[in-house]
Design a protein around this ligand. Sequence first.
Ligand SMILES: Nc1nc2c(ncn2[C@@H]2O[C@H](COP(=O)(O)OP(=O)(O)OP(=O)(O)O)[C@@H](O)[C@H]2O)c(=O)[nH]1
Ligand SMILES: [Mg+2]
Ligand SMILES: [Zn+2]
Length: 366
Amino acid sequence: MSDIISAHPLTAYGWDDGFAESFAPYAADGLVPGRIVRVDRGRCDLVVAAGDTVATVQGDTSLVTTGDPVAIMCTGDWAAVDREQGYVRALLPRRTAFVRSTSSKRSEGQILAANVDHAVIAVPLTGELDLGRIERFLALAWESGATPLVVLTKADLVTDPAVLDHLVADTEGAAPGVLVLAVSAETGLGVDVLGAVLTGGTAVLLGQSGAGKSTLANALFGAAAQHVQTIRDRDGKGRHTTTTRNLLPLPHGGVLIDTPGLRGVGLWDAGNGVAQVFAEVEELAEECRFHDCGHVAEPGCAVLAAVDSGALPERRLASYRKLLRENERLAARTDARLRAERRRDWKQKQQLGRHMAERKRGPSRG
Ligand SMILES: Nc1nc2c(ncn2[C@@H]2O[C@H](COP(=O)(O)OP(=O)(O)OP(=O)(O)O)[C@@H](O)[C@H]2O)c(=O)[nH]1
Ligand SMILES: [Mg+2]
Ligand SMILES: [Zn+2]
């Protein structure tokens, strides 16, 4: 039997031995594995194996929840599905999770994609490069457990190759250890390289609305997706802002999740991510005289010395400070919320206790 015939039909969707192992206990209950390919207003589509091929079934996202918004099922999750009932019974443990903090005052996390191996940050080469924004996305990407990469989209709009090289180099300076690719869906520049990078595992496209994520996805999918685009053009709306997160297998291997544009990404418990984005600053900090150096005006500060010598751009240090502060503020707010919830819980328990005590006393009194 050839590999193609014996391969599990969900392999194209990222199924592997690790997930098979996590799923094994559910098999005895007659459940089947499925991957969430789309979530829309409390409903989700999952792909499940159907003979040699896959079928799409619908599920209800509210079935598995613990009250924690980050635990809500999302695109990319693997689940144990009851095919008869159309129920999602359980989510398999996530390998990675891309979480941002919601814009609301309530400091809650929002999960954008699960089980992602590559976080592709799409930044359009229209207007000025916002390196701070890229660093913020990178912090969340590292924190998610995925490997980030940056694609500078619409590179066809930059006609001078020297300028393009500069833009790539500037981005690399803000993204140590991260692959930065200039791409164009228009000319095909960089699309093959990106496709090759994404062949292993699951990738998610992230970035602002209009960054060119869906157009790039179409270029990666090739003719099949172009067809979808043509059909959608019939609604005559011209622009197609993505409204749901969709997961599709790529023609040359790998899986791609397209997401709706994000206006902003707030950090969510991303201390490690921040440290990774600013790896060179953290490395310098180890040379500071004081172990708790704030790199503001301390004597023997290696970070400030690097800024003075020009080795570390001042912008980079400012951005590092800003993201660290934001992360700390968020942590403090979350702590405050947890404390308030605990207090409420405790009060309810107290009330319940009193109520029980009164009921116990009840008969003797009356
Ligand atoms: N010149 C040029 N324009 C592009 C390229 N890629 C995308 N565009 C244009 O940029 C606009 C936005 O592209 P989309 O792919 O819809 O952007 P998106 O990131 O998916 O946006 P949301 O779904 O709203 O998040 C469209 O008008 C595209 O035609 C490119 O490589 N070159
Ligand atoms: Mg889109
Ligand atoms: Zn210092």
